[in-house]
Ligand binder design. Structure first.
Ligand SMILES: [Fe+2]
Ligand SMILES: [Fe+2]
Length: 282
């Protein structure tokens, strides 16, 4: 596996379906651009550096550190006969993410576009990806498609039931409903069976310029981030949802705002479940 692949510049047929201005930038604009002058905003958008790391066989982490948020925002590319992109990313980051993905495969070859729940970092650039990948379909959980994605996506999405498997040809992705974990009625995650990779979205969010991979402690930073931000909607079912995720047998967790974790996944999810239970009781 390569930490950094050689950069192969390609002609990218990128023609956004809409002209995105800073004022149209959606929910992410709040913490991407808060308190910035217009000139500074331009530098933030144009000055991003997006990194590429293969975290499991034919699974690539596309990661951008956004300084005003002090967070990384990650997309994941699963290379298979039918390539799948997990997390669309913000619209403002799209050119940088697109260029980085193109180091691995032509963006037009994307077949599936997916994400965990409706938020700007999860699906902001969804229609941009549909614009560059003419064969691509959005695929998401039944609740998300019914409530939001049917309307938001420029082409009809495909809905997956809980535990339904999407065979990508060489990779198999299982959809897991996780309502309100970390947040949102529509929330769900995917598990790639051949590499035993759980794409864990906002779970275990940690701040800062994190490494691409770790086997270290991801629970303590996750608890600290939750204490500061309160991003999770803890319900009586949350702990059980996390224990169910632990039971799938993942050996790697691909985090939206953190490194790829290849330590004790079972233990980490169990500890987070215990913390959610504690929050509910307190
Ligand atoms: Fe989120
Ligand atoms: Fe997120």
């Amino acid at each position: 596996m390569n930490d950094r692949l050689p950069v192969a510049r390609v002609a990218i047929p990128y023609r956004p379906r809409c002209s995105v201005t800073l004022h149209q930038a959606g929910a992410c604009r709040g913490f991407l651009l808060r308190g910035r002058t217009r000139a500074e905003r331009g530098r933030i958008v144009s000055g991003v550096g997006t990194e590429l790391t293969e975290i499991a066989e034919d699974i690539y982490r596309i990661s951008t550190y956004v300084e005003p948020a002090d967070l990384v925002f990650n997309q994941f590319l699963i290379v298979a006969e039918q390539p799948l992109l997990w997390h669309c990313g913000h619209r403002q980051l799209f050119p940088s993410v697109l260029e980085t993905l193109a180091r691995v495969l032509p963006p037009a070859e994307l077949r599936w576009i997916s994400f965990g729940h409706v938020e700007a970092d999860e699906l902001g650039a969804m229609n941009h990806w549909l614009g560059v990948a003419g064969r691509a379909e959005v695929v998401q959980g039944s609740t998300g498609v019914l409530v939001s994605v049917n309307d938001l996506a420029d082409r009809p999405p495909r809905a997956l039931r809980d535990e339904e498997v999407l065979d990508l040809g060489g990779k198999r992705v299982r959809w897991i409903d996780t309502p309100h974990v970390p947040h949102g009625w529509d929330a769900g995650l995917i598990y790639e069976e051949t590499t035993r990779t759980l794409f864990a979205g906002d779970l275990f969010t940690m701040t800062g310029r994190v490494p691409a991979r770790t086997e270290g402690d991801i629970v303590t930073p996750a608890i600290a981030t939750e204490d500061r931000g309160g991003a999770s909607a803890v319900t009586p079912a949350s702990g059980e949802t996390l224990r169910r995720l632990a039971s799938v047998g993942a050996t790697t967790m691909a985090l939206m705002h953190g490194p790829a974790f290849s330590g004790d996944v079972l233990c980490a999810l169990g500890a987070l479940a215990d913390d959610f239970d504690r929050r509910l009781r307190s």
